[in-house]
Write a protein that binds this ligand. Structure first.
Ligand code: AMP
Length: 209
């Protein structure tokens, strides 16, 4: 299955994606993680993306479309993939339609106020991409990734003023994708404001897994 996870930043797409990777046996592709990795390694892509990401703005469409195309052409995506954080604009969705057949866009519905609380507690592993929350999903040892043992970080774009900006960008540019996939008969929506396990159960039901 080729699945898209839609939802505001902080809605829980990354956490749900990790679960669905195990359940569905296909990889998840997070454009945000790929870009953060590029910044960490100071590649040309990272240098171009950094200023946009630090400011909570979207990276230009062509840049992410190119990197996504390259990623889903890799062999591990041949039997399906889960997209986390792509597409984020209508031109990205149109470009995706030209290279892959999407089966479902699953939207995680979470109110802005809940998101704001979540993002300030988020911690990420820059090494393996795992995400945690200091209250809802803490690592076993504070500040250390359970999966790979690397140090956990607060993302620059999880700071409160940047979060506000990212939410506004989401409503303006990404939320219209619900109508885009709704018109194609591919949209499913679930409540993402519950706990992690409830969200996983709702996703399993919605996807008929
Ligand atoms: P995420 O980890 O998905 O929240 O993405 C973090 C940041 O990476 C976003 O705020 C954007 O600056 C950038 N980014 C990730 N995916 C995309 C995308 N599909 N289109 C444009 N920018 C993106």
């Amino acid at each position: 299955m080729n699945l898209i996870l839609l939802g505001a930043p902080g809605a829980g797409k990354g956490t749900l994606a990790s679960y669905l990777v195990e359940k569905m046996g296909v990889p998840s592709v997070s454009t945000g993680n790929i870009l953060r990795e590029a910044i960490k390694n100071n590649t040309p892509l990272g240098q171009k993306a950094k200023q946009f990401m630090d400011a909570g703005q979207l990276v230009p469409d062509q840049l992410v479309i190119d990197l996504l195309k390259e990623r889903i052409a890799q062999e591990d995506c041949a039997n399906g993939f889960i997209l986390d954080g792509f597409p984020r604009t209508i031109p990205q969705a149109e470009a995706l339609d030209e290279i892959a057949e999407i089966d479902c866009a699953l939207s995680l519905e979470v109110a802005d106020a809940v998101i704001e609380g979540r993002m300030t507690g988020r911690r990420v592993c820059l090494q393996c991409g795992a995400t945690y929350h200091i209250k809802a999903n803490p690592p076993q040892k504070e500040g250390v990734c359970d999966k790979c043992g690397d140090k956990l970080h607060i993302r620059k774009d999880d700071k409160p003023d940047v979060v506000q900006h990212r939410l506004a960008t989401y409503h303006e540019q990404t939320e219209p994708l619900k109508a885009y996939y709704g018109n194609q008969g591919k949209l499913k929506s679930i409540d993402g404001a519950q706990g992690i396990i409830q969200t996983e159960q709702l996703a399993v039901q919605a996807l008929g897994l």
